[in-house]
Design a protein around this ligand. Structure first.
Ligand SMILES: Nc1ncnc2c1ncn2[C@@H]1O[C@H](COP(=O)(O)OP(=O)(O)OP(=O)(O)O)[C@@H](O)[C@H]1O
Ligand SMILES: [Mg+2]
Length: 283
């Protein structure tokens, strides 16, 4: 058997090292290219969403006026059509706003304006935003008792917290079959403010509890009820909760409904990992 000289072994090792370095460099370039592509994609999403909102606001605004009778009387068919335009305009605006939020979160540009907000005010915001839709859902809804909220407040961004709670209540409404129950609980002490939304819908099996917080993930079991969503609500909810340095806990027995609990600290703390919520997409 031929024995390699030590010089030629050293040459082989050198050659292998050079190839490894070249491969490492190529992978690094590829990584940077993908990061840049992802940034461009999100930037594009942000710009397009922004530009789509302007004409849409005019569609919604003018259909509001027509529905209010400003343009004169309409026949029944016209009223039906214009109300469909208005309803779908609002649905589209919700989607565009979610996409805009997603791109803001991804660019780590979402910021909060935190202040001490009475729980009663948070409840009023939530009822105003969800009651009209809940009313037609044939569900029994339990709200926190206003008396129990007296003197309690949460250190939060009022608009963003409202967005969190509206998303959770809207999910409970959407996925709970008629005749079911939805309950909302709020509380606050010196340490934390806690918001809980329970429902008696299908629940979420353990193995899917992490995935439902990924962008565009929707459970196949809820396909029938998902007509008005794309799977962005919980991504935004989780990001807002994390911006508050809080946590969201999901519990409940599969088949017997679920419970989403949001716990937010009453003061600003460490900003560890904040804004990094948009990770991975649904398959
Ligand atoms: N209360 C719930 N009960 C049962 N399944 C739920 C509930 N909340 C969320 N899910 C499941 O998690 C998925 C993701 O929820 P998410 O709110 O992110 O999206 P979506 O409601 O489908 O759409 P969007 O929020 O964008 O309108 C839902 O499609 C559903 O499968
Ligand atoms: Mg949702």
């Amino acid at each position: 058997m031929a024995v390699q000289s030590s010089d030629s072994v050293a040459l082989d090792v050198l050659q292998a090292n050079v190839e490894l370095l070249a491969e490492k460099e190529r992978l690094e370039q590829e990584r940077l290219r993908l990061i840049e592509l992802d940034r461009l994609k999100m930037e594009f999403l942000g710009r397009v969403s922004h530009d789509l909102r302007t004409p849409l606001n005019s569609i919604i605004g003018f259909s509001d006026l027509i529905m209010a009778g400003v343009g004169g009387k309409m026949n029944r068919k016209h009223a039906e059509f214009i109300s469909a335009i208005n309803r779908n305009g609002h649905a589209l605006l919700g989607l565009i706003n979610d996409l805009l939020d997603l791109s803001t979160i991804d660019a780590r540009k979402m910021t909060l304006k935190r202040a001490s907000v009475p729980l009663q005010m948070i409840l009023d915001d939530l009822r105003a935003a969800t009651e009209p839709v809940l009313a037609s859902a044939n569900l029994s809804v339990t709200w926190p008792s206003p008396v129990a909220l007296i003197g309690k407040s949460a250190f939060v961004d009022r608009r963003r917290l409202s967005q969190v709670l509206v998303n959770l209540v809207d999910n409970a409404r959407k996925f709970t079959p008629p005749g079911g129950e939805v309950s909302i609980v709020m509380d606050a002490d010196g340490e934390n403010a806690t918001f809980t939304v329970r429902d008696t819908g299908p629940g979420i099996p353990l193995e899917e509890r992490e995935r439902i917080f990924h962008p565009y993930y929707q459970r196949s079991a809820t396909l029938g009820s998902r007509a008005d969503g794309v799977g962005l609500g919980l991504v935004i909810v989780k990001a807002i909760v994390e911006l508050h340095q809080g946590r969201i806990v999901l519990d409940g027995d599969a088949g017997k409904g679920c419970m989403f609990q949001v716990v937010l600290p009453q003061k600003e703390g460490e900003l560890a990992g904040v804004g990094a919520a948009v990770q991975g997409s649904a398959p």
